[in-house]
Design a protein around this ligand. Structure first.
Ligand code: DQA
Length: 146
């Protein structure tokens, strides 16, 4: 069984730390990557942490995850609310995908209440800031250990 976990980040998440810190906090994406690698290490996972602003790249990475990752933690950013392509990509793979968000999308604008990927994800974690990433990696460890 692979010990690899992909942590995939979608559009605008490269701006973390500078972007609306009142909503997303002041940690940079690099710092969140570090947090994920440390969390993964403590659970015997090797974390592959990536970000892209391009929908098709995220689709490619989901397909790649199916070839050798144990699971995926996906913060799809705004594509969460719009992307049939991400919905179909998640459907097309057997690797479990956990949808996450830093913010509580349900406490925000109505257009963020709809997720195109929730119905095909294993579970959803949102609203815990960078801890959403940690909790999702922990959830994958629980799936592995069950
Ligand atoms: C986000 C929430 C999305 O609605 C938004 O478009 C993002 C970030 C979050 O992590 O809270 O880019 O996914």
């Amino acid at each position: 069984m692979s010990n690899k976990v992909f942590v995939l980040n979608g559009p605008n998440l490269n701006m973390l730390g500078k972007r609306e810190p009142g909503i997303y906090g002041d940690l940079s994406l690099d710092s969140i990557g570090q947090l994920c690698r440390e969390t993964g290490k403590s659970l015997e996972f090797e974390v592959d942490f990536r970000q892209s602003n391009h929908e098709g790249t995220l689709v490619d990475w989901l397909h790649e995850a199916n070839e050798g990752a144990f699971g995926v933690v996906l913060n799809a950013g705004a594509y969460t609310h719009t992307s049939v392509a991400l919905h179909d990509a998640i459907r097309s793979i057997v690797t479990p995908v956990i949808e996450i968000h830093l913010s509580n999308v349900h406490a925000r604008e109505e257009f963020r209440h709809k997720s195109m990927i929730a119905s095909v994800s294993r579970g959803i974690i949102c609203g815990f800031g960078p801890n959403s990433y940690k909790l999702a990696i922990q959830a994958l460890a629980d799936i592995r250990n069950s």
